[in-house]
Write a protein that binds this ligand. Structure first.
Ligand code: NAD
Length: 354
């Protein structure tokens, strides 16, 4: 088993990166965590108040495209693993402005790979891993049956997923070409605390509480597989420590839901908690024009990580979604902060709420 003494987490102030650090740091007392994050609209240091005073944790504000900074951090901090979460991550934003997705997701990954490869081949570290955190969206869309396996050809349909697929192929190329020790995970949709309220579940929670319209794309019948972010974090740790070098691992919850069913469920759970009459929040549902190129169904076959590495999810969806709703209700201050300022303009533009 691989047990690094110092890891560089990129994008650690975002939704999944911050949940990963909150999980990984206490679970690995022999390891330091350096968090490199540019603090774009999606990055929020409030997500990390639980670890910010830990002497094994260190935050650095910066860009993954900055080769000098990356090289300096790798050397000075004697980094033994890079866990690469940093990305532009919202499909809708990639449709209105794809350029930054190519810059951050493709170029940023190449810069990290190249500086990590130099660091690794300089033999200043005795052991090294580069773990690319990716998404099932690189596989494109499924019909009503079938599953994505690790052998499914990449067929990205949005600028977001195309940029992630480009990055994944660079990771593959660094392993094939240079023998560089890479790992690549591809996970289904995550939910849980600290999820930015532009994404489906937190957006619905936010709008239900505020009695605002609940925008649902098209007919609401698009299917996604949902996994609790803590299960994703544990899967990433498992792949880091036990994964086969050069390997790709799908991560999923075996938990398919139609968008409209998720929205109805969140409505009903919140009606209960807010003391509203049954069905009240469902009346806020508003079907809006479908997202262009909207993938119909994603479903992950996660049998490889289960059979090879023994990982499987520990949350049931019932427990995970109820806990997530309670977290949002208890953390309205966090929501208010992340929905102010620059995000507000984007949100208004997108959904016409004023
Ligand atoms: P997020 O948008 O919440 O967070 C991204 C973080 O990256 C932010 O903190 C942001 O400030 C930072 N960042 C952006 N550009 C940067 C740059 N140039 N340099 C340094 N930092 C930068 O995203 P997320 O939902 O936490 O996703 C994290 C990773 O997981 C992404 O690579 C995404 O593709 C992947 N993923 C996400 C999901 C999901 O359901 N959210 C599912 C599978 C895979």
């Amino acid at each position: 088993s691989f047990n690094p003494r110092a890891v560089l987490v990129t994008g650690g102030a975002g939704f999944i990166g911050s949940n990963f650090i909150n999980y990984f740091l206490p679970a690995n007392p022999g390891c330091r965590v350096i968090n490199l994050d540019l603090l774009t609209y999606a990055g929020n240091l409030e997500n990390l108040i639980g670890v910010e005073n830990d002497p094994r944790y260190h935050f650095v504000k910066g860009d993954v495209c900055d080769a000098r900074l990356v090289a300096q951090l790798l050397a000075e901090e004697k980094i033994e693993a890079v866990l690469h979460f940093a990305a532009e991550s919202h499909v809708d934003r990639s449709i209105s402005g794809p350029e930054v997705f190519v810059r951050t997701n493709v170029l940023g990954t190449q810069v990290l790979l190249e500086e990590s490869r130099k660091h690794w081949s300089s033999e200043s570290v005795s052991q090294f891993r580069f773990l690319q955190v990716s998404t099932d969206e690189v596989y494109g869309s499924l019909g009503s049956t079938g599953y994505f396996t690790e052998e499914t050809p990449l067929a990205a349909n949005s600028p977001y997923s195309a940029s992630k697929a480009g990055a994944d192929l660079l990771v593959r190329a660094y392993h094939e070409t240079y023998g560089f020790p890479t790992l690549n995970t591809r996970c289904s949709n995550n939910y849980g605390p600290y999820h930015f309220p532009e994404k489906l579940i937190p957006l619905m929670i936010h709008n239900i509480i505020a009695k605002q319209p609940l925008p649902v794309y098209g007919d609401g019948l698009n299917v996604r597989d949902w996994l609790h972010v803590r299960d994703h974090s544990a899967a990433i740790e498992t792949v880091l420590k036990e994964g086969r070098l050069g390997g790709v691992y799908n991560i999923g919850g075996n938990n398919e839901w139609k968008n409209i069913d998720i929205v109805n469920l969140v409505c009903d759970l919140l009606d209960e908690r807010l003391g509203r009459s049954p069905g009240e929040s469902r009346r806020l549902i508003t079907f809006v024009k479908d997202r262009p190129g909207h993938d119909r169904r994603y479903a992950i076959d996660a049998s490889k990580i289960k059979q090879e590495l023994g990982w499987s999810p520990s949350y049931t969806f019932e427990r995970g979604i109820a806990e997530t709703i309670d977290w949002y209700l208890a953390n309205q201050k966090w929501v208010a902060e992340v929905t102010s300022g620059a995000y507000r303009d984007y949100y208004d533009n997108q959904y016409g709420n004023r």
